[in-house]
Write a protein that binds this ligand. Sequence first.
Ligand code: AP5
Length: 263
Amino acid sequence: MATGNISDASLKYFEEKKIKSLLEEAMHDLLLDLPQDPLTYLLERFDTPTSLRLIVSGPPGSGKGTQCDLLARAFGLKHISVGDILRQAATEETERGKKIALFVTKGTLVPDDLFVNIVIEKLREAEQSHKGWLLDGFPRTRAQAIYLQKAGISPQRFFYIDVSDEISSKRLLSRRGDATADKTNRGGSDRVPAERKVSVRMDDTPDVIGTRLKYFAARKNELVECYAPFYVHIDGSLDVESVFEEIKIQVTSLDVFVQGHHE
Ligand code: AP5
């Protein structure tokens, strides 16, 4: 059955050859750069390799870090975990380090001026050093999304790993239990790095988990709204492998596009 004036065969061709992604990417860059000579710009643009740019979002304990570790290895991407960056910064004996620690231990959001520039710098570096990046735990607010937008950084996909608060809490408390007991993994996959399965995180306590979930929920809708064109819902309640497979299908289709583009 034809859709409007476009035949099924044309639609199939569009899908198979990833024409939509190709044009979207080019349009995105064109609107960002507003070149004097759009035609020459587009010709050059089509001849330049494209990096993969993926945001992985979801509530605490949804498996963002676990999935990013797996994806980074599978696709040669740089995993930029904002939580890891902030936890590292919180151990530094500096004014900034001490300030960041105050927020991270409480499970509230660290003020943007203490770290956003570093995230942007890391994203730029990753575009040069890797096949692309995976941004884990950022942005968490509309303001942070605007920082990225102003820096000319936008993703090709925004993966939202969805789990209930019950599952989140159970996993995070179990991670804490595992770390303080016998370091037995209950994460469900041998492919998950050991440090992701067990950790004594200062914010994995019942009270702080509650605060983290509350802060995430308060901003979830504005975040999803900002990235509506790139939004992909992922069922995070499944086991690690199944979630990975679900995301991998999406990334593979983009990866083929990026690879094929500069072959
Ligand atoms: P952050 O480190 O980002 O923590 P989070 O969002 O609370 O999430 P987690 O890292 O705990 O969970 P995850 O979704 O990565 O799941 P994971 O793979 O680890 O942020 C920490 C703090 O930093 C924030 O509270 C805030 O203070 C600050 N911060 C961070 N970003 C900020 C920002 N943008 N702005 C301001 N402040 C910011 O898995 C969890 C456990 O579940 C593991 O044990 C794992 O093995 C297990 N697991 C994972 N997947 C599965 C599965 N499918 N089935 C069963 N178990 C699973």
